[in-house]
Design a protein around this ligand. Structure first.
Ligand code: FES
Ligand SMILES: [Fe+2]
Length: 379
């Protein structure tokens, strides 16, 4: 509120130049795919995506095809989504409920915990030891309502290291484990996944790009910004903040004043609001550095989740929010990609009021052992 009144925004203390090649270079795209998508734990959803034993979800967004389930004991499990006989993808649906996964090729079947439980004509096949042919299991961890899977069977998930205790505690305070899944939209966009992420990194563009949409409900050019290791949190300032001015401070709600945006490295934006949460995840194309898919999902808190009218309204609002990202943000992202792919300019500039971009690209480079981007006095 004081920043708003004083006309102050966050200040990174200088400029930095980001090479446009990071959005277009195929060799770098392969390196980041190995480091951040094959070799990094991923947020595959929230507790509400797997609401009861037998629930499953699949993902083809990472180099390893995933099948995540809630087993009979209620535990999160994750597997390579491939039959151990001759490798057919076992479950083609996005999400659902199942007692068994049955392969369409020769009807081998697996239970929800990944055990091989049926082989037709096993004596003809040669009676293999079923215990050796369960689904390949992947490391999985459910913590504070977040579902984490490592796409490498030998990988480890260390949230202390990845998020740190402070951010872990703050994420836990949102009670994300209570939320129910409501819906999802997917956008296939002609831009690098990092350009999609970059659009979430500042509110400098609200009065211009979103003049008829987001800017009607949010102040631009003002925010709070805090880092947590490789992650960070922005607070986007809602116009409703003015309604708090006449209220005693102990009645202030952060969700009235702001939209918190948690940027979880490498590809997640988590945006909690009073009745639920929006989750945006961006995944690179495996073949084209100039393409990515964004998956936008939304979830509801238990009270409102029970009311069909409220669900319908929130779905409409969430689809509307997603379509602003698609029709406004991602349009400029695709335009930035054309410039990056052409190589016509060799770098872009991040301003003092865009610290999230400094931090994100700095983290990205550090984790790939690239030269840091120096802080400059002049762009
Ligand atoms: S490939 Fe799955 S049963 Fe043969
Ligand atoms: Fe935007």
């Amino acid at each position: 509120m004081s920043r708003l009144d004083d006309g102050l925004n966050v200040d990174a203390g200088g400029f930095c130049r980001n090479p446009t090649s990071v959005y277009a270079d195929p060799d770098l795209a392969e390196r980041e795919r190995q480091a951040f998508f094959a070799g990094h734990p991923h947020l595959v959803g929230l507790t509400g995506d797997l609401p009861e034993p037998g629930a499953f979800l699949t993902s083809d967004d990472l180099p390893t095809p995933l099948l995540a389930t809630r087993d009979d004991d209620g535990r999160l499990r994750a597997f390579v989504n491939a039959c151990r006989h001759r490798g057919v993808v076992l479950e083609e649906r996005d999400r659902g409920g199942a007692r068994r996964f049955t392969c369409p090729f020769h009807r081998w079947s697996y239970d929800i915990g990944g055990a091989l439980v049926g082989i037709p004509n096993a004596d003809h096949f040669g009676d293999p030891d079923k215990a050796c042919l369960g689904l390949v299991e992947l490391p999985a961890l459910e913590e504070a309502g977040l579902l984490w899977v490592h796409p490498d069977p030998e990988g480890t998930i260390d949230l202390e290291e990845q998020l740190g205790p402070e951010l872990q505690a703050e994420l836990a305070s949102w009670n994300l484990d209570e939320l129910a899944y409501l819906g999802r939209d997917d956008y296939d966009v002609a831009c690098n996944w990092k350009l999609a992420m970059d659009t979430f990194g500042e509110t400098y563009h609200f009065p211009s790009l979103h003049s008829e949409t987001i800017h009607l409900n949010f102040y631009g050019n003002v925010q709070c910004y805090d880092t947590y290791g490789r992650n960070h949190r922005m607070l986007l300032c809602k116009r409703d903040i003015d309604g708090l001015r006449d209220l005693p401070e102990d009645e202030w709600q952060i969700t009235t004043a702001a939209l918190p945006v948690y940027w979880l490295f490498p590809n997640v934006q988590l945006m909690p609001f009073a009745e639920g949460i929006h989750l945006v995840r961006a995944y690179p194309s495996s073949t084209d550095p100039g393409r990515h898919v964004s998956r936008i999902t939304w979830y509801l808190r238990p009270g409102p989740a029970a009311d069909p009218q409220f669900r319908e309204m929130l779905t409409m609002i969430s689809r509307g929010f997603g379509s602003i990202i698609r029709d406004e943000d991602y349009v400029v992202s695709a335009s930035q990609q054309r410039t990056a792919s052409s190589g016509a300019i060799d770098h872009v500039v991040f301003g003092r009021n865009e610290p999230a971009l400094h931090h994100y690209h700095g983290t990205y480079r550090r984790m790939l052992n690239m030269e840091p981007l120096p802080l400059l006095e002049h762009p």
